[in-house]
Design a protein around this ligand. Structure first.
Ligand code: TXA
Ligand code: MG
Length: 350
């Protein structure tokens, strides 16, 4: 597959997007960077192209895709009735677009049926990444794009991860470097009197409620494992590497440390990797440590690096990836949600 390297500090970088954009427009599949993760883009008006996205990813057919647009003026091309958009949703767009927020809205009938299998709605977002925006503009169509990984694997946060999963299955990847946020967008549905978060993300429940001036709740599947799922993507095994991920969190580092040690006790053949903050007791074996800096917390740094670290763990043939987690609040709710899925529920409060 083709790799288009883009350096936005070079003059004329936009012109290099001409070919990948025309591939998307004419029905091809091209992966591209966004501020969250890499997406696998297809023309959202072309049902055949969108179906090839599902095939390339091995994605269950009932899991709808997010439609990406480059500006608010394109909203009327993808949403059924823009005059019916609740004011609370408009406030969220004003505050967070371009950005890592996906809004569920009634679908325009011209959006390919496979984008929204059996549903009358679509997820829409304007990504905050200059390369993504320029690519969508040049493609001259709304771009349906799930994360550009094989279904069930960690989302890709750099072009190398896209190649590792999808080489020979797609036309190419626009390489714009590593993603800033590292976790997928917040997915929400809103009415004028309240909103529902289907997938937590970088934009927090508190920020949503404050900006839209309505109460928000987490969808039942996020609080109750057996509840009906309204956003199909959240029911599948997700974000998981081959190694067994386990997560511990709590106030007391020593207790977390003891729990990690107990977990490995009696398993001399285990090849563990660790993800831990700087101020944590010494751990034997492969360790990824984050030293929080003045302008970046452990949560921010780990969110950005998590999927890359999970993939690295597989490359290093780790049997176990042991993660020091954090309280699931604010931005950390998204991080812990992904870790819960990657660990298939092996997430412990100590
Ligand atoms: O940050 C992101 O959102 C990335 C980048 C590429 O934009 N995309 C992404 O797409 O994560 P994907 O396909 O991996 O996740 C889309 C999520 C799924 O959980 C899906 O169920 C939900 O959005 N979704 C999409 N359309 C929906 C709809 N009409 N109703 C409810 N949930 C929807
Ligand atoms: Mg995904």
């Amino acid at each position: 597959m083709k790799i288009w390297e883009i350096d936005t500090t070079e003059a004329d970088w936009q012109r290099r997007l001409r070919e990948p954009a025309s591939r998307i427009e004419s029905g091809g599949l091209v992966a591209f960077p966004t501020e969250t993760v890499y997406g696998l883009g297809a023309n959202a008006l072309n049902d055949q192209a969108v179906r090839r996205v599902f095939a390339a990813k091995g994605r269950p057919a009932d899991n709808p895709l997010i439609v990406h647009i480059a500006s608010r003026s394109s909203l009327a091309d993808v949403v059924a009735d823009t005059s019916g958009i609740p004011e609370s949703a408009t406030k969220l767009m004003d505050a967070f677009w371009p950005g890592p927020l996906t809004l569920i809205l009634p679908a325009h009938p011209r959006i390919a049926a496979s984008v929204r299998p059996g549903m009358t709605t679509i997820g829409v977002r304007i990504p905050a990444h200059p390369v993504a925006l320029e690519l969508i503009r040049r493609a001259r169509c709304p771009v349906a794009a799930p994360s550009a990984n094989s279904s069930g694997r960690p989302s890709p946060t750099n072009a190398e991860a896209v190649v590792a999963d999808l080489d020979r299955l797609i036309d190419g990847v626009v390489d714009g470097g590593a993603c800033d946020v590292g976790l997928e967008s917040t997915v929400v549905a809103v009415q004028n009197d309240g909103g529902v978060v289907y997938r937590p993300g970088w934009i927090t429940v508190e920020e949503l409620a404050r900006v839209a001036a309505i109460p928000f709740r987490l969808d039942a599947h996020l609080t109750d494992g057996v509840a009906a799922v309204n956003s199909p993507g959240m029911k599948y095994r997700h974000y998981a590497p081959d190694a067994a991920v386990s997560v511990w969190w709590g106030e007391d580092s020593q207790r977390i440390f003891d729990a990690l040690r107990a977990h490995l006790a009696g398993r001399p053949d285990a090849q563990p990797s660790y993800i831990a903050p700087a101020h944590f007791p010494d751990l034997p074996g492969a360790v990824w440590r984050w030293s929080p800096s003045a302008d970046e917390s452990y949560v921010e740094a780990l969110s950005r690096e998590l999927y890359h670290l999970l993939r690295q763990g597989d490359k290093a043939a780790s049997t176990d990836i042991l993660v020091v987690g954090v309280a699931p609040e604010g931005k950390a709710l998204a991080l812990m949600n992904r870790l819960e899925k990657a660990s298939e529920g092996r997430l412990y409060r100590v």
